[in-house]
Design a protein around this ligand. Structure first.
Ligand SMILES: C[S@@+](CC[C@H](N)C(=O)[O-])C[C@H]1O[C@@H](n2cnc3c(N)ncnc32)[C@H](O)[C@@H]1O
Ligand code: SF4
Length: 384
């Protein structure tokens, strides 16, 4: 068995367009007056063909349409991509095909056509259940509109997740607890709950630097909110299975699990990354980031790949640790050793156990709740 089979095989399609740019967002997303979707469909299909040559004979476990805002795609574009994937690979009988959607009425109208195209899971960016906060986050929908879109999604799909952003400006612990309880009572099977991160190069990043982004929580308040998040979701049978992701048992995002369990995935679309095991090597693939350059690259050169880098065994093991320590199931230390050729340092493990940041169960290294709050520091320490 190849190492990637521990995680599975998935396909990520990046749709880089949005109706407006949110002030906090540093994803590769752009606002364009018009997008020629048939040109994009052809280019995406061409890139899929290139990837299929490198992964022949595999079964696809998951497809994920992410963005940007893939709910702005025409259902025909989505259908065309899924059809092409089905021609090029074998699809798992229980394949998960997710699409990220913004909760506006325009997109909700398309949900039934997305279902007909083959989508079987929706991940909706509701972000907040408070109108003032939606405005502050620069969102184009109201709470009412989001709830309506969510109901339409539920009518069309068995599996519907939604995202909320917390640790927002002027949000108190009690505010968040009440809002999260409301969200939990709405939820179907999955919730993604992210702390607001201030990213360089965004509008919020600029405001923060100038000292003009008022009311952001300090680390201690944000950590308390993280603890509240764990308690409330647990009470509602949606415990965390990853730092920011919560699900009822069996409803975890299988696509994201492929990343966190360090499986293989193809990334198609501007800026999409991939990890492909090929001829005994694990390759990191990188594509052109700018949408127009990506499209021209595929049309003129037959590919948008700008870099294929062989990841050495030590770096593979580090990537595996960084990804899987995010999961509640943790890192399989035997697998780590097999990838790297060297076991993790026992002294470092013992020190972090003593500090209450990790625990070991059945040879799996697991970050505790405290450890997950400072995961990056913990990872750095373990990988010295
Ligand atoms: C790339 S977005 C795509 C979803 C969709 N376009 C939307 O906005 O609803 C995925 C999710 O990342 C989260 N996100 C993006 N930027 C963030 C930030 N700076 N801090 C916290 N969460 C963020 C949001 O919850 C968002 O729903
Ligand atoms: S949060 Fe979503 S809608 Fe807003 S800019 Fe980012 S990708 Fe686009």
């Amino acid at each position: 068995m190849d190492d990637w089979e521990n995680g599975g095989f998935g396909i990520y399609i990046h749709w880089p367009f949005c109706a407006a740019k949110c002030p906090y967002c540093d994803f590769n997303s752009h606002v364009r007056k018009s997008v020629d979707q048939s040109r994009w469909l052809s280019a995406i299909c061409l890139e899929l063909k290139n990837s299929a040559i490198r992964t022949r004979g595999r079964t696809v476990n998951t497809i994920f349409f992410g963005g940007g805002t893939p709910s702005l795609m025409e259902p025909e574009t989505v259908a065309g991509i899924i059809k092409e994937i089905a021609k090029l690979w074998v699809l798992a009988l229980d394949i998960e095909i997710s699409l990220e959607a913004n909760p506006t009425s325009v997109e909700a109208q398309k949900f039934s056509d997305f279902r007909k195209a083959g989508i079987n899971r929706i991940s909706m960016g509701i972000q907040s259940l408070r109108n003032d906060d939606l405005k502050a986050l620069g969102r184009m929908h109201s709470v009412n509109e989001a709830r309506k879109a969510f109901d339409i999604a539920k009518d069309n799909f068995k599996r519907v997740s939604f995202d909320l952003i917390y640790a927002r400006q002027d949000q108190s612990k009690v505010d968040w607890e009440i809002e999260l309880k409301e969200a939990s009572s709405m939820a179907v099977d999955h919730l993604s709950l992210y702390q607001l991160t201030i990213e360089d190069g965004t509008r919020f990043g600029d405001l923060y630097e100038r000292g003009s982004l008022k009311g952001m929580p300090n680390d201690s308040l944000a950590a308390d909110m993280y603890d509240i998040t764990q308690e409330v979701t647990l009470q509602n049978d949606m415990p965390a299975y990853e730092i920011s992701n919560h699900a009822i048992e069996g409803a975890e995002s299988r696509h994201n699990l492929i990343y966190w369990r360090y499986g293989d995935y193809i990334g198609v679309g501007p800026g999409a990354h991939g990890r492909i095991s090929e001829n005994g090597n694990k390759i990191a693939t990188t594509t052109i980031e700018n949408p127009e350059n990506w499209l021209r690259g595929v049309e003129l050169n037959g590919t948008s790949t700008i870099d294929d880098e062989v990841i050495n065994h030590i770096d593979q093991a580090s990537e595996y640790l960084m990804m899987s320590l995010r999961l509640i199931e943790g890192v399989d230390m035997e697998r780590y050793k097999k990838i790297s050729g060297v076991a993790l340092d026992n002294k470092l493990i013992d020190k972090n156990i003593e500090n209450g940041l990790i625990k070991v169960i059945n040879n799996n290294l697991i970050a505790t709740q405290r450890g997950r709050i400072i995961l990056n520091t913990l990872i750095k320490d373990l990988l010295i």
